[in-house]
Ligand binder design. Structure first.
Ligand code: TXA
Ligand code: MG
Length: 310
């Protein structure tokens, strides 16, 4: 990283593609490696030895409270940046997104480098985020200098992104920290409306999508699910299913089933990995049974809706 190399690193959410935040050549290579549009800014990752005031111009009081409660952890704060943060990193915005990951390897990497690092998810732009080192290898081999493998990530979905430059703060991306837990610390937190999110960089782009078409179906409606499955089968499509429990009839007919636990944290942990696995089997369509929108379920459904849209 000191020589401007790219190092993929584990976090508690998903794997990130790291580069020294001050090395603009390296930052450019990050955009190129991912095929990421230049107006979609990167998250800056910090560790305890990094001086925040070199990155952030001013931390609002509510942002400070959130840091005390959730860092290190899956919470990214959007704040006013200093002039040390290049427009390349922030996609020409006057703000920067910052987080401190809860992963010893990531923290040691940043502390040892002695600089903050940029860290978008280490996938090709538009694909599901990588939750194992192998996913990074699949997407970025030849484009990344080193992959630090610390096993599968724990949360499996990206961090929650909250804009604290406005009051009440606004959730730009749902993720590892729920709206309820944010509100317990700082009171009302809004969720970006469709209109607000259109203006927010990352949400303009195709996201979380495997190559196969994703069809999202409501939870617990076995008949509807079976009908949809039947319709695709009649079209001679290769169909895979992600469900909470396998419907017997479908099992008997030998469909590709993945049963993900209805526990929301477990579903979140294995979702991206399962989408990638099914994709690798070359299916045309993936039918997914949704989850309830409590807790991290809201972030899961957000990812599934986006995958199903594209
Ligand atoms: O969990 C995570 O956040 C992972 C791990 C590796 O830390 N990183 C990640 O980065 O998901 P990325 O680049 O895939 O997503 C960053 C999101 C994008 O939606 C981007 O548009 C948004 O954060 N973002 C970054 N800077 C922003 C800014 N200044 N204002 C608004 N949104 C910003
Ligand atoms: Mg990403």
């Amino acid at each position: 990283m000191r020589r401007g190399g790219l190092v993929a690193f584990p976090t508690e959410t998903v794997y990130g593609l790291g580069a020294d935040v001050l090395n603009l050549n390296a930052v450019k290579k990050v955009f190129e490696a991912k095929g990421r549009p230049a107006d979609n800014p990167l998250i800056v990752h910090v560790a305890p030895l990094i001086k925040l005031d070199e990155i952030i111009d001013e931390m609002p009081a509510k942002g400070q409270l959130l840091i005390e409660s959730f860092w290190p952890g899956p919470l990214t704060l959007v704040v006013k940046k200093t002039i040390l943060i290049s427009d390349l990193v922030s996609g020409d915005l006057d703000t920067v997104a910052v987080r401190m990951p809860k992963n010893d390897v990531a923290l040691a990497l940043i502390n040892t480098l002695g600089e903050a690092i940029v860290g978008p998810s280490a996938n090709l732009s538009g694909r599901p985020s990588p939750t194992t080192a192998h996913h990074v290898y699949d997407d970025l081999r030849g484009k990344v200098d080193l992959i630090l493998d610390a096993g599968p990530t724990e949360i499996g979905l990206e961090s929650t992104v909250v804009d604290v430059t406005i009051d009440p703060p606004l959730i730009l991306r749902r993720g590892g920290v729920t709206q309820e837990s944010l509100e317990r610390v700082i009171g009302t937190v809004e969720i970006g409306t469709r209109e607000q999110l259109r203006r927010s960089p990352g949400t303009r782009y195709r996201h979380y999508a495997p190559r196969a078409r994703v069809v999202l179906l409501p939870i617990g409606r076995a008949e509807e699910f079976a009908r949809e499955l039947q319709a695709h089968r009649q079209r001679r499509e290769k169909v895979a299913c992600i469900v909470h429990s396998p419907p017997l009839t479908a099992l008997e007919s030998g469909e590709l089933f993945r049963v993900l636990p209805s526990s929301l944290t477990m579903f979140a942990r294995y979702l991206f990995r399962t989408l990638r696995e099914l994709d690798a089997l070359g299916v045309d369509v993936i039918l997914v049974e949704g989850v309830s929108e409590e807790g991290i379920g809201a972030a899961v459904m957000d990812r599934l809706r986006k995958a199903a849209q594209s």
